[in-house]
Design a protein around this ligand. Structure first.
Ligand SMILES: [Zn+2]
Length: 195
């Protein structure tokens, strides 16, 4: 695949010495989708897919540059800009989502992919990486860091996953409360440095 679109930008938005959070944002005309890598001491947790195949590949390149295994990829909800790009770049990764999001993506994902491929050709990934692992609300320690998973209902989509990292003061709420970029994320981006 050749790169046909302007490149995404990545930021180091948090570094507490133990855990780093990296965010990759597609250019504003390309929806400004923000996707995140939580870099734990020995593994990477990824949150949110991109829409265009190229940004899925750029997200993978960023993850690979950190030289740690990707152990989980969380898809927060079922809009195409959260999963459509992932199939080619993350075919080997375990994908997690709320059970109702898994069900929705199994049902609607293939048609959505086919439709977007017809409209946009090679800008769209060739296949899907559908979630197989169910996440339930609650707390989990992953790689020594506390993750809080919450289900948020009836916001931009009927059901969405919010991930909190209390020790880092981070809330990853992908468009759950508004369709505009999250003020929190903007604040993080302002504080972060480009790399
Ligand atoms: Zn959405």
């Amino acid at each position: 695949m050749t790169n046909q679109l302007p490149k995404a930008t990545s930021y180091l938005v948090k570094d507490n010495g133990n855990v780093k959070v990296h965010t990759l944002v597609s250019p504003a005309p390309m929806f400004a989708n923000a996707t995140h890598i939580i870099e734990l001491p020995r593994e990477l947790i990824l949150v949110d897919g991109q829409f265009f195949a190229q940004y899925g590949q750029e997200f993978r390149t960023l993850a690979d540059s950190l030289q740690k295994p990707i152990t989980r990829f969380y898809v927060p909800h079922d809009h195409p800009d959260h999963y459509l790009s992932m199939g080619d770049a993350f075919a080997d990764v375990q994908v997690y989502a709320l059970p109702e999001i898994i069900e929705s993506l199994l049902k609607n994902g293939p048609h959505e992919l086919q439709q977007k491929q017809q409209q946009m050709g090679s800008l769209i990934a060739g296949k899907l990486a559908l979630p197989t692992e169910a996440v339930e609300p609650g707390e989990e320690i992953i790689g020594g860091t506390r993750f809080v998973f919450e289900r948020v209902l009836n916001t931009e989509s009927p059901s969405a996953l919010v991930i909190k990292l209390p020790e880092l003061g981070i809330v990853i709420a992908q468009e759950s409360f508004t369709t505009m970029p999250m003020p929190l994320l903007q604040g993080l981006l302002m504080a972060g440095k480009q790399h």
